[in-house]
Design a protein around this ligand. Structure first.
Ligand SMILES: [Zn+2]
Length: 304
């Protein structure tokens, strides 16, 4: 597949505009477009009367105001957070202060002990102020109004990532695990390719009818899309194994060949993605490094 979703062209979402998507779901897109956020973070208002907000978004005053206007006259019960990246969770604390709602969702970010493996910077993408009132473990449910939300643990993009299932509409809020416009970024050490593969397989075992991603439009054929995502990653993995067999030893050399023509400002993300694959291949006994795996290490193929 390409990195793009077929639905891309139908995703018309000006920031700040409230859009009804289904009987129980409304959406406002935050004004934070970018290379990794597409047109911005999608915040979803779930329910009627008694409502929750999935991924309240960045600490942006206009976005928070738009959400408050949208739910005027209703009771905000829960702020549901998929993971602690700064484009997802910071508005939760502010909306809690303004409304008294309960923050429920993923665990707070815990910096991995081996942070230095990929250098500084990634840590800063996490919201350290996130403080949930209720931690939701895999399979735990919250009921409010006429609906039930179930947490589905989906580590990979981040260790603490959750998706949220809306039983009444058989839909799933997929956060950054499955995005509607591109494949997700897996950046070690917090991100893990092995976990990501397992979390994609986990969704293959479910029967959700529709996905609402935090970036991009809806995924209308989830099973077909999951197969395409898995295929895309397996192809990338095959390309890395091929480069190792051809004698490339560094991530830089592999990125130059595999991502030829790729936008230069996305090169670091590409290097981290190759690193994530190499970590997974080492774990599976298919590759090795000349020491602890890190961005600057030398890598070799291990024959099966
Ligand atoms: Zn994220």
């Amino acid at each position: 597949m390409t990195d793009r979703n077929d639905n891309l062209t139908s995703f018309d979402a000006p920031p700040g505009a409230l859009r009804r998507l289904s009987p129980l779901v409304r959406r406002i897109v935050a004004p934070n477009p970018g290379a990794f956020t597409y047109t911005g973070t999608c915040s979803y208002i779930v329910g009627e009367g008694d409502v929750g907000i999935v991924d309240p978004g960045p600490a942006d005053a206009s976005h928070i105001e738009a959400l408050l206007v949208a739910i005027k006259g209703e009771r905000l019960r829960y702020l549901l957070v998929t993971h602690t990246h700064r484009d997802h969770s910071p508005a939760a604390r502010i909306l809690k202060e303004r409304t008294g709602a309960t923050i429920a969702g993923c665990a707070p970010y815990a910096p991995p002990p081996d942070l230095e493996l990929t250098g500084p910077g990634l840590d800063a993408s996490h919201d350290r102020s996130y403080a949930p009132d209720i931690l939701l473990a895999d399979g735990e449910r919250l009921s409010f109004g006429a609906l039930t939300i179930e947490a589905v643990a989906t580590p990979g993009h981040t260790t603490n990532h959750l998706c949220f299932a809306l039983a009444e509409e058989r839909s799933l809020f997929t956060g950054d695990h499955v995005m509607g416009w591109a494949t997700t970024v897996i950046a070690p050490p917090d991100g893990s390719m092995g976990d990501y593969f397992a979390s994609l397989e986990k969704l293959r075992g479910r029967d959700d009818r529709l996905y609402w991603p935090a970036h991009g439009g809806p995924v209308k054929e989830p099973q077909r899309y999951l197969r395409a995502l898995l295929h895309h990653r397996r192809q990338r993995e095959a390309a890395i194994l091929e480069r190792l067999e051809a004698g490339d030893e560094t991530i830089a050399a592999m990125v130059a060949r595999i991502y030829e023509g790729f936008d230069s400002h996305l090169q670091r993300a590409a290097a981290l993605s190759v690193f994530a694959h190499l970590e997974d291949l080492i774990e599976r006994g298919l590759a090795r490094a000349d020491g602890p795996p890190r961005l600057e290490a030398r890598y070799f193929r291990v024959s099966e």
